[in-house]
Design a protein around this ligand. Structure first.
Ligand SMILES: NC(=O)c1ccc[n+]([C@@H]2O[C@H](COP(=O)([O-])OP(=O)(O)OC[C@H]3O[C@@H](n4cnc5c(N)ncnc54)[C@H](OP(=O)(O)O)[C@@H]3O)[C@@H](O)[C@H]2O)c1
Length: 306
């Protein structure tokens, strides 16, 4: 049965809501990675992805080994969505090489970005991403920080029609761009948006996240730890008692479960270059998620520390 875009969104939100309500036994939930539906297609991706902004390393195999181990642990744990960009030093090249070495391209959902104003320069940049990421089909191409957004969205629509990219979207990580982001969401048809959202950075929750859900757009969340700011805020504090109620054994899992328990969120992409971090973060993709009441408790807790 083919569903309308709006029905798919409603189902996605309902699926999130049922996870919030904890409709299944804990053992059944903990056995699988929580997935979310991409509204424009109905495809499912695991809620925990991997941000590859810091895969900046030379050619030396020994230096690259830890990055390879992190990517392997992510894929072995059932992870799919990896986000990078041509502006992240040589991260695209490193990710492309490691994915090829590990032979995991078909398992992954690879997202990258375009960051040019001009159409020709954007096309060159995108061609280069196909080369560095060693693939002839990219899963998601995003306009990075809305740069040249009208021009680049035209290019991305052409590439999607040609089957070279599967999905298109836009990104930001700055409050200053939210108003423009809202205007774009209201007028454009997009598969994905990407934005910053974290337990101590909740400015997108009232307006942009509900709008994205209403417009049938998948949401990727960047900066879920505020580049480490949240870890510094909690310091050496032990986990609060309520962390056990949502099956969290680390602060990282607490921070990630807060983000993915928002029903509009499709996938969070914590920056992860260490194997033990990849394993830890994936733990947030299993077990119970906070309900609305516990989400408010988590917000009060962090607000009390900042
Ligand atoms: N405008 C945009 O489009 C935009 C802007 C910013 C970011 N992004 C995307 O979002 C991704 C995430 O942002 P980010 O990497 O800047 O910041 P982040 O995810 O908020 O924080 C990353 C930091 O957290 C650490 N970390 C990861 N897992 C951990 C764990 N389990 N325990 C303790 N520390 C942990 C990482 O360490 P290790 O590296 O050592 O594992 C790294 O230092 C980026 O990689 C990028 O793909 C997009």
């Amino acid at each position: 049965m083919k569903r309308t875009r709006r029905e798919v969104v409603k189902l996605g939100v309902a699926a999130g809501a049922s996870l919030l309500l904890g409709g299944e036994s804990l053992s059944a939930q903990s056995a699988r990675l929580i997935g979310r539906t991409i509204p424009s297609s109905g495809e499912t991706v695991p809620v925990i992805g991997l941000g590859a902004r810091n895969y900046r390393v030379g050619d030396d195999l020994a230096e690259r080994a830890p990055f390879k181990a992190a990517l392997k642990a992510f894929a072995d744990g059932g992870g799919k969505l990896v986000d990078t960009a041509p502006g992240y030093g040589n991260s695209e090249t490193v990710v492309g090489d490691l994915v090829a070495e590990l032979g995991i391209r078909d398992q992954l959902f690879v997202a990258t970005k375009v960051d040019r104003e001009d159409r020709e320069e954007g096309l060159e940049r995108i061609d280069n991403s196909f080369r560095t990421l060693r693939t002839d089909r990219l899963d998601l191409m995003q306009v990075h920080n809305l740069r040249g957004v009208d021009t680049q969205l035209g290019t991305l629509r052409d590439l999607k029609a040609q089957g070279r990219i599967r999905y298109l979207g836009i990104t930001t990580s700055s409050d200053r761009q939210y108003q423009r982001m809202i205007q774009i969401l209201e007028r454009e048809t997009l598969d994905f948006i990407q934005l910053d959202y974290a337990l101590d950075n909740r400015n997108v929750a009232d307006r942009i996240l509900p709008l994205a859900a209403d417009r049938g757009m998948a949401v990727l969340v960047n900066l879920p730890f505020g580049r480490g700011r949240l870890f510094r805020t909690v310091g050496q504090r032990p986990l609060p008692d309520w962390a056990a109620e949502i099956d969290c054994s680390s602060w990282a899992q607490v921070f990630l479960k807060y983000v993915v328990s928002h029903p509009a969120v499709t996938c969070v992409i914590p920056g992860t270059t260490k194997e033990h971090h990849a394993v830890d973060n994936q733990g947030a993709g299993r077990g119970r998620l906070p309900d609305g009441s516990l989400r408010r408790t988590m917000e009060s807790f962090i607000d009390g520390l900042t």
